[in-house]
Design a binder for this molecule. Structure first.
Ligand code: URA
Length: 205
């Protein structure tokens, strides 16, 4: 199946999903959105009020800040893939619970597999815990690490930065290093053959 088709398939499955109790209170499931070939993928926590209304991720205040941050590194939200750890809104914006995260993991796994992004940015601690369960966000934020062959960059959730003005600068600085991380991740996925022919090309100049 082509990545685009796989993503559509996942979205359809998410909209019909009844595997955890979050389906009982959702208005719209929020599978995620963005191009199948995105180099950069963002994983947030879960839909909030506005996302539940519209069926789209990060369309409220945190989403506006995310768009601003993307703009600061020359990107638009149309160029990246944006999704969440859980695809349906936890009532009253409570934290997602472990059984909900576990039931929803199969959709995120398929999205990651289909998109095969160069870099995954986790937004907030629930998303980070999926990849780096033992970490503290205050220690590891903004630092790339490779986990199961994927480059993961944990970051504070944009909503946290909106609530705590002191975090805003931290998030902005972490974002400013993303282009270099993507560049590096791209370099390291070049096959030995390609890199030797690249070296040859470079040596011509
Ligand atoms: N916060 C999230 O974690 N995800 C959204 O989609 C919106 C707000």
């Amino acid at each position: 199946m082509k990545p685009e088709e796989e993503l559509q398939d996942v979205a359809e499955a998410v909209r019909n999903c009844t595997d955890c109790k979050l389906h009982l209170s959702r208005k719209n499931a929020v599978p995620g959105e963005g191009p199948a070939g995105a180099a950069l993928m963002f994983i947030g926590e879960g839909p909030g009020f506005h996302e539940n209304e519209q069926g789209r991720p990060f369309v409220g205040a945190a989403g506006h800040f995310l768009e601003e941050l993307l703009g600061s590194i020359g990107l638009t939200r149309q160029q990246v893939y944006i999704t969440n750890i859980v695809k349906c809104r936890p009532p009253g914006n409570r934290d997602p619970q472990l059984p909900e995260i576990e039931e929803c993991a199969k959709y995120l796994d398929r999205q990651i597999e289909a998109i095969n992004p160069k870099v995954i940015v986790t937004l907030g601690r629930f998303s980070m815990a999926r990849f780096i369960p033992e970490a503290r966000i205050s220690t590891v934020h903004g630092r790339a690490r490779t986990i199961n062959g994927r480059v993961i960059v944990p970051m504070y959730h944009p909503a946290a930065a909106l609530h705590q003005p002191s975090l805003r600068r931290v998030v902005e600085e972490d974002f400013s290093r993303l282009p270099e991380m993507i560049e590096r991740a791209q370099q390291s996925t070049i096959t030995p053959d390609e890199s030797s022919s690249q070296a040859q090309q470079l040596s011509l100049f």
